[in-house]
Design a binder for this molecule. Structure first.
Ligand SMILES: NC(=O)c1ccc[n+]([C@@H]2O[C@H](COP(=O)([O-])OP(=O)(O)OC[C@H]3O[C@@H](n4cnc5c(N)ncnc54)[C@H](OP(=O)(O)O)[C@@H]3O)[C@@H](O)[C@H]2O)c1
Length: 265
């Protein structure tokens, strides 16, 4: 029976744990959580009936698969702490933004299977897109296990590790771009006289519905945009203003700024 240790039981650690349990990928007895925040550990052990500890090394020793879900800036503390318990028989999965498998291996004492996954916060509602890459030691069965694990959170794509930061600048930060767009649309609704709650609901459902159209039709976004853009109509008048204010260029610059920042931390 595979045992899973979660080092770092924050928002993402919990989202992954919950999905794995809800989808029946593992039983509570197969999980052990480790974190510095004891109150948080108690809360999660009550909620999910899993074992908890504040000893990262002990959790790692027990586990076959270690999900490292601490912030990137904590890697330099946590990895040396658990290094004694990591060898080629274990699978170490890191979800930290901006941390390469190579930088993780540099903290370890023995060669190990290291997997890097970039999920995003919609994992909390099982609607994540997770980008996965592997170091050269990862065996086919460990790849399969990682793909299955993260499929419980939503979609999974395998990417060349060299492109992980680029993917993260879109998928990791993307929810914030989307929420800002919903907020802006809601403000726009209020500006033209709609009630706030109604404006937000309409903006949210419009975005979600449009996303579903994209996924279900498989059409290019420009084709779908054309479908609502009649000659001389209202939508083209609005799009002209977005072009005038360089909406597309602003998004491109925003993603480049996120990428630059991910390489600094
Ligand atoms: N949020 C996202 O959208 C997103 C998406 C993809 C990937 N990620 C990655 O997921 C990771 C976790 O992010 P998050 O949003 O879940 O962060 P979070 O909520 O802050 O969770 C991190 C947890 O790790 C704990 N921790 C800190 N130092 C520790 C140590 N030495 N040993 C054990 N636990 C320790 C923290 O405790 P304290 O709070 O007490 O410090 C916290 O409970 C990050 O590497 C991030 O880059 C995040």
């Amino acid at each position: 029976m595979t045992t899973f240790a979660f080092i770092g039981a924050g928002k993402m650690g919990e989202a992954i744990l919950r999905s794995l349990l809800e989808k029946g990928f593992m039983q509570p007895s197969q999980a052990i959580l480790s974190d510095v925040d004891l109150e948080r550990l108690h809360e999660l052990s009550d909620r999910y009936k899993v074992r908890v500890t504040s000893d990262n090394l002990a959790a790692t020793r027990e586990a076959d698969v270690i999900v490292l879900a601490v912030k990137p800036q904590n890697h330099a503390t946590v990895l040396p702490e658990i290094a004694d318990a990591i060898d080629d028989g274990k699978t170490l999965i890191s979800i930290a933004m901006g941390k390469s498998t190579e930088s993780i291996e540099a903290h370890l004492k023995k060669p190990a299977q290291v997997i890097r996954v970039m999920p995003n916060t919609p994992a909390m509602v099982s609607a994540s897109i997770s980008a996965i890459s592997y170091n050269e030691r990862v065996r086919p069965e460990s790849r399969e296990l990682a793909r299955e694990m993260f499929s419980t959170l939503g979609e999974v794509v395998e990417v060349d590790e060299k492109m992980q930061d680029e993917v993260g600048a879109i998928s990791g930060c993307g929810p914030a771009y989307f929420y800002l767009m919903v907020e802006a649309l809601s403000d726009a609704g209020v500006r033209i006289g709609l009630d706030r709650a109604l404006a937000t609901r309409i903006a949210t459902e419009t975005m979600i519905g449009s996303g579903m159209m994209l996924r279900q039709t498989g059409l290019h976004p420009a084709q779908l945009r054309d479908m609502v853009t009649s000659p001389g109509g209202t939508t083209i008048a609005a799009l002209e203003v977005l072009e005038e204010y360089s909406f597309r260029a602003a998004v491109m610059k925003a993603v480049q700024a996120a990428l630059k920042r991910s390489r600094e931390v």
